[in-house]
Ligand binder design. Structure first.
Ligand SMILES: [Zn+2]
Ligand SMILES: [Zn+2]
Length: 311
């Protein structure tokens, strides 16, 4: 292991027991078991899966360049001159009984070997064990506090847990775990597990993956402390209104983006699994309208699954 590799402790995160579980989201009339089954399970089941696996045409980033590929949902491949990072990979066609609505943009076997895998929290659409098991070995996992035990036995050489504001550094690479407004329990009562986002810094470039989060004033703080340039922000699973206690909609993402003062806004967490009641294509449409209204169209980068961009 590189001797320059360190894992230094920043401020210990206060483990606020923020949103606790799905059950705690205000029940709405729409949220009856029957409606849930019809909207999340039955309708997607009856809908043909769209999209296709793209041919793997990855860039070879030179010093100071970032290759960014959206795979679908919150899964991204980040390519830097020194290494490949995979974030929240999920390649499966099903999330339990919920059918994936669009194929992953790439086949898992076509992904360049990741050196580091980042997991933002233990929810099944982000920490997907069957996908992680299929990755080649010899890699490091970086996960929130309380999530490391879940990553045992999945082929990782090393598993590192981070608290909010803690960083992992190796040479020029620094990865900082950032706060979010969400919750970490994978099942029901395992609230000791953390959740958050990551800022990846390498040779002056800074990429922020927010994980899952509601809007909160932490975005301003992340902007002040780390000034990320490329912001990957979730925009889906935010309807009805009560879901916005734990997720962002397009309005929230625009507000967060302004407070982060980033240059690129890349939306995610939409279009793949139907996890809430909005139309699956609505979030990016709405985001594009809002961005146009706010004069941010040139900074909005709506990616197509499996098509890399070099930034
Ligand atoms: Zn989540
Ligand atoms: Zn999620």
């Amino acid at each position: 292991m590189d001797p320059a590799e360190t894992n230094f402790t920043g401020h210990r995160a206060s483990k606020r027991r923020l949103p606790r579980s799905f059950k705690e989201l205000t029940p709405t009339r729409a949220f009856s078991p029957r409606t849930y089954f019809r909207e999340m399970v039955w309708k997607p089941l009856m809908t043909r899966r769209r999209g296709r696996h793209k041919q793997p045409l990855f860039p070879h980033p030179r010093a100071g360049q970032v290759g960014l590929t959206w795979i679908g949902h919150s899964s991204f491949l980040v390519q830097l001159a020194a290494c490949n990072l995979l974030i929240d990979p999920i390649f499966s066609n099903w999330l339990f009984v919920v059918k994936r609505q669009k194929h992953p943009g790439l086949r898992l076997k076509d992904i360049p070997n990741p050196d580091i895998v980042l997991i933002t929290h233990a929810h099944f659409d982000h920490f997907h064990k069957p996908t992680l098991r299929r990755l080649p070995s010899n890699r490091i996992a970086i996960v929130p506090w309380g999530v490391g035990e879940l990553a045992q036995g999945l082929g990782f050489d090393r598993i590192l847990e981070l608290e909010w504001w803690e960083s992992y550094t190796r040479g020029d690479l620094r990865i900082t775990f950032t706060p979010a407004k969400h919750w970490g329990a994978r099942m029901i009562s395992d609230h000791h597990r953390g959740y958050g986002g990551f800022v990846i810094e390498f040779q002056g470039r800074k990429i922020y993956h927010a994980g899952d989060s509601a809007y909160f004033d932490g975005f301003r703080q992340i902007g002040d402390k780390l000034a990320p340039e490329i912001a990957l922000l979730p925009i889906g699973a935010s309807h009805p209104e009560s879901f916005r206690k734990v997720h962002m909609g397009p309005e929230d993402a625009v507000r967060a983006f302004k407070e982060l003062r980033s240059h690129w806004l890349v939306p995610m967490h939409y279009g793949t699994f139907r996890l809430a009641f909005e139309d699956i294509d609505e979030p990016p449409r709405r985001l594009a309208d809002l961005a146009a209204h706010a004069g941010l169209s040139k900074q909005l980068l709506i990616l197509e699954e499996g098509v890399p961009v070099l930034l």
